[in-house]
Write a protein that binds this ligand. Structure first.
Ligand code: ZN
Length: 98
């Protein structure tokens, strides 16, 4: 492919909902630690199985995301975990997109 930038070392991550690939700053990492609830990983370094959702994703991400997140994290999210996660994702989007 002509013009491909091979020098860039920004790792690309894929949104689990829409499949868009972008670098980490464009995505929100969600982590499933060995113990404790699934949560938004603000540092991007938390241990556990991670999944990414794009920051620009709208409400459809929140609706579609759940099943895919369960799959990616290999964990069945409870109703509580999921709703807490949706509001954390919303908050993370708000802080970054001003
Ligand atoms: Zn997305």
């Amino acid at each position: 492919m002509a013009g491909q930038q091979t020098a860039r070392r920004v790792p690309l991550r894929k949104c689990i909902v829409c499949g868009v690939k972008t670098d980490k700053r464009g995505l929100i990492r969600i982590v499933a630690p060995q113990e404790g609830p699934v949560e938004v990983d603000a540092t991007g370094k938390a241990r556990g199985r991670g999944a990414y959702v794009c920051r620009s994703g709208g409400m459809e991400h929140d609706r579609l995301g759940r099943g895919r997140l369960d799959h990616s994290l290999r964990r069945k999210l409870t109703e509580e975990e999921w709703s807490a996660l949706v509001s954390s994702i919303g908050a993370a989007r708000d802080t970054e997109q001003r």
